[in-house]
Ligand binder design. Structure first.
Ligand code: FES
Length: 80
């Protein structure tokens, strides 16, 4: 069963997306770009925090959300 979720991106934008969609595709739809490296789940470049849980965006899909909303933060500080 897929459900629509409202995603809040680190850029301050929000987008609607159906759960089950690839994170990278969902980000692209929203005009947000998640940094990537290997695209195979091993390097960790694409890690994002989703409602406080770190996931690897290249191998994960948008989960359903009870509240209907998900907040995304970049797991890696881009300014180091
Ligand atoms: S791009 Fe390497 S783990 Fe996702």
């Amino acid at each position: 069963m897929s459900k629509e979720v409202l995603i809040h991106w680190p850029s301050g934008q929000s987008s609607r997306c159906t759960s089950g969609r690839d994170w990278l595709a969902a980000a692209r739809d929203a005009g947000f770009s998640i940094p990537t490296g290997c695209l195979g789940g091993s390097c960790g470049a694409c890690e994002i925090d989703v409602n406080g849980t770190t996931i690897r965006a290249c191998i994960a899909t948008v989960p359903p959300s009870k509240s209907g909303e998900l907040t995304v933060e970049l797991a890696t500080d881009p300014y180091w």
